[in-house]
Design a protein around this ligand. Structure first.
Ligand SMILES: NC(=O)c1ccc[n+]([C@@H]2O[C@H](COP(=O)([O-])OP(=O)(O)OC[C@H]3O[C@@H](n4cnc5c(N)ncnc54)[C@H](O)[C@@H]3O)[C@@H](O)[C@H]2O)c1
Length: 345
C-alpha cells in the first residue's frame, strides 16, 4: 500500500516510517518540521535503504493536501502530526485545538474528497484521565484533564461521528483505527533515530538520558507518596519500535477488511507498569551511568498508576510488545550517546 505519514519526521512517525518500509509498504511523508528536521528522514532512508517523497507542508493547509493527494496515489493515512506537550497546551489551548483538532478535520476533508478512507490516528492513554482501576481496557470511561488530552478526545469523537454518519446512510467506507499509546520510549537499535525533544524534555526517558550524558544536572521525581511499591508513579512504557509495528498490524487489519464496524480502538502498551525509581535503576544498569535525582512534590494532574490491558490488540491484531525494559534502556542510551545534541550534533 502507499501510506501518507503525517508528522513522519517526528519521534514516533520516523520509527513508523521504518516499520512501514520494512513491511514492504511505500510511503509519502508530510511534515512542516515544527518539532523535527529533515535529518530524521535522511536517517530513515539510511536505515532502510529506501527512498521516498517528503512534502514540507502543514496538515492544516487544504491546498497542500489537495496537491499531495493529486500527485500520489495514496491508499491509507497514518496521522502523527500534532503537538504533544501537556503543559504548553494549558498555556496555548487555541494552538493545540487548531493544530490537533482542526488539522485532523482538514486531513479528513481532503481524504473524503480524494476517496481515501483508511486512517490510523495517534490517540493517547491520556483519554482515560484518572482510571477507576488498572489495567485499563478500551471500554473504560473517557475524560480529559487538559487541552492536549481534550484535543485527542475531541478527534476521537469526530472520527466516531464520521463512521456513525456513514453507518446511518449505509454508505460505510471509512476504516479508522484509534491507537491509544501508553508511554513510548527507546529508539531504533541502529542508534540513528530517536526522541529529540526541543529544549527541556517533558518525558521521563529523554530527561534521564540527558542527565546521564551531562546536559541536565538532575532529575526531579514528582511525587514519592503515591500508593505504589516505592511511592513513585507507575506507567506502562513500551518500545517505540513495538509501537510502530502495532501501527503496521492495524493497517493490515483494516486493509484486509477484517473489520465489521468502521472505527476501532486499540491500546498499545506492554500491560506492565514500572515506577520512576525502577526506570532510573534500569537505565543505570543499561548505561553504566549514575543518574542524579531528587524527590519533589506531586505535580497537579498526575495520576498514581496507569497501565494497559493489551488483550484486544493481541486478540484482534496478533500484536504484543516484544521488547523488554533493558532493550528500551539500551536503545535509548545508544541514541543519546551517538547523538548527544539530538539531530543537531
Ligand atoms: N510521544 C508520546 O509520548 C505520545 C503519546 C501518546 C500520543 N502521542 C501522539 O503521537 C503523535 C506523534 O508524537 P511524537 O512523539 O512523534 O511527536 P513529535 O513532535 O516528535 O512528532 C510530531 C510531528 O508532527 C509534525 N507536525 C506538527 N504539526 C504539524 C502540522 N500542522 N503539519 C505537519 N506536520 C506537523 C512535527 O514537526 C513532528 O515532526 C502526536 O500526535 C502525539 O500527540 C505521543
Amino acid at each position: 500500500m502507499k501510506v501518507l505519514v503525517t508528522g513522519g519526521a517526528g519521534y514516533i512517525g520516523s520509527h513508523a516510517c521504518v516499520a512501514l518500509l520494512e513491511a514492504g509498504h511505500d510511503i509519502v511523508v508530510l511534515d512542516n518540521f515544527a518539532n523535527s528536521c529533515m535529518t530524521s528522514l535522511d536517517r530513515v532512508k539510511q536505515i532502510t535503504g529506501e527512498d521516498f517523497p517528503v512534502v514540507e507542508g502543514d496538515v492544516n493547509h487544504h491546498r497542500v493536501l489537495d496537491s499531495l493527494f493529486n500527485s500520489h496515489d495514496i491508499d491509507a493515512v497514518m496521522h502523527f502530526a500534532g503537538y504533544k506537550a501537556v503543559g504548553e497546551s494549558c498555556e496555548k489551548p487555541l494552538l493545540y485545538y487548531r493544530n490537533n483538532v482542526a488539522g485532523t478535520l482538514s486531513l479528513c476533508e481532503a481524504m473524503q474528497k480524494h476517496q481515501v478512507a483508511l486512517l490510523i490516528f495517534s490517540s493517547s492513554a491520556t483519554v482515560y484521565g484518572d482510571p477507576p482501576t488498572v489495567p485499563i481496557k478500551e471500554d473504560f470511561p473517557l475524560t480529559a484533564t487538559n487541552p492536549y488530552g481534550r484535543s485527542k478526545l475531541m478527534v476521537e469523537e469526530i472520527l466516531r461521528d464520521l463512521v456513525s454518519a456513514e453507518q446511518l446512510t449505509g454508505s460505510g467506507a471509512w476504516q479508522i483505527a484509534l491507537m491509544r499509546y501508553f508511554n513510548p520510549v527507546g529508539a531504533h537499535p541502529s542508534g540513528l533515530i530517536g526522541e529529540d525533544p526541543n529544549g527541556i524534555p517533558n518525558n521521563l526517558l529523554p530527561y534521564i538520558s540527558q542527565v546521564a550524558i551531562g546536559r541536565l544536572p538532575a532529575l526531579s521525581v514528582f511525587g514519592s507518596d503515591y500508593p505504589t511499591i516505592d511511592g513513585t508513579g507507575i506507567r506502562d512504557y513500551l518500545h517505540v519500535m513495538d509501537l510502530a509495528e502495532g501501527h503496521v498490524r492495524a493497517l493490515d487489519y483494516l486493509a484486509q477488511g477484517k473489520s465489521t464496524s468502521g472505527c476501532h480502538t486499540w491500546n498499545l502498551g506492554t500491560g506492565k507498569g514500572y515506577s520512576v525509581l525502577e526506570m532510573i535503576r534500569a537505565f543505570e544498569s543499561a548505561s553504566g551511568k549514575t543518574v542524579s535525582f531528587k524527590m519533589a512534590p506531586r505535580r497537579a494532574g498526575d495520576i498514581a498508576a496507569c497501565w494497559a490491558d493489551t488483550s484486544k490488540a493481541e486478540n484482534e491484531l496478533g500484536w504484543t510488545a516484544s521488547r523488554g525494559l533493558s532493550e528500551m534502556m539500551e536503545d535509548s542510551w545508544r541514541w543519546q550517546l551517538g547523538n548527544p545534541q539530538g539531530y543537531r550534533s
